[in-house]
Design a binder for this molecule. Structure first.
Ligand code: R1P
Ligand code: URA
Length: 287
């Protein structure tokens, strides 16, 4: 019983569902589309042939059904990598832990997880309205100060370069997404990019409203970096958390983002819903 997980460490609700996601294993498909905004779940599932399950708790809304005969789940996560840590751990537990015996299953089940998000571009040549699939993601948050992980030399080099450029007191973590999902989904108008995941929308992305950001030129510093041909392209708030948790837990994860803001030209798309819809249909049809 060495891999028994106690009640306080992995919490199961009285009905047998997992604590925050409020799901039982049978409610989940093995391919999951994820969104930050709970309202975006229905924006995706409205395209389904049928919806077999709907549930929610806090910001975690789940719809499971079929699209053109393929079983899919769509789930919302809310904003930030702290939510992604909970989301990925509980999602993984639903397939890789026997919730009754509280033992890790002998056989590992990998999931396909595709984020369909929104993001801001840090380059003039990536306009509002573009769509990006993230090859690498760099986390400026401190989530990975609390986990041990293996990094490739390229991932370490990118993290190190970002630390130097921003003069940070810690090395930002960097991970690649799923090569197989990238190959499948980075087609048509979707361009390949490398995403910077920030622990906030305003100061950490260099926005000034009433407070002065500590690194006011963060966009220029990051946009001008290039490490072995890798150029950083866009800001958002979850992708690096997904890539880190996905790699550590053994799942295929890809982040797709609709660019709603261009931080150089200071434009915001006229109709963010339409750009997100285009990315949703691309994802449903290519997954
Ligand atoms: O549109 P979503 O998926 O929420 O993603 C982006 O939008 C939110 C900020 O407006 C952050 O969560 C950021 O990552
Ligand atoms: O600029 C942006 C746009 C969407 N989401 C972000 O986190 N930043």
């Amino acid at each position: 019983m060495s891999n028994f997980i106690p009640e306080s460490e992995l919490i199961i609700n009285p009905d047998g569902s997992i604590y925050h996601l409020n799901l039982k294993p049978e409610f989940l498909a093995s391919t999951i589309l994820t969104v930050g905004d709970p309202d975006r779940v229905a924006q995706i599932s409205k395209h389904f042939d049928e919806i077999e399950f709907q549930g929610s708790k806090r910001e975690f809304v789940t719809h499971t059904g079929t699209y053109k005969g393929k079983r899919l789940s769509v789930m919302s996560t809310g904003m930030g990598t702290d939510n992604i840590e909970i989301f990925m751990t509980e999602l993984d537990a639903l397939v890789n832990i026997d919730l009754e015996t509280r033992q890790i299953k002998a056989e590992h089940t990998p999931l396909n997880i595709v984020r369909v998000g929104t993001s801001g571009s840090m380059h003039r040549d990536i306009p509002a309205g573009a769509m990006i699939a993230s090859d690498y993601a760099v986390g400026l948050d401190t989530l990975m100060q609390y986990y041990r992980a293996d990094y490739s030399p390229q991932e370490l080099a990118i993290g190190h370069a970002v630390q130097q450029a921003l003069a940070l007191p810690f090395r930002p973590y960097c991970f690649a997404g799923s090569a197989s999902l990238l190959k499948r989904l980075q087609t048509g108008k979707v361009i390949k990019g490398n995403t910077v995941t920030c622990p906030g929308f305003f100061g950490p992305q260099g926005r000034e409203v009433r407070l002065k950001p500590a690194i006011p030129n963060i966009i220029e510093l990051l946009a001008s970096l290039e490490v072995d041909g890798v150029r950083l392209t866009n800001f958002e708030m979850e992708t690096a958390g997904y890539y880190a948790m996905g790699k550590m837990l053994g799942h295929e994860v890809l982040s797709l983002n609709a660019i709603v803001a261009n931080r150089i030209t200071q434009e915001f798309v006229q109709d963010a819903g339409a750009v997100v819809d285009e990315l949703i249909l691309h994802t449903l049809d290519t997954i």
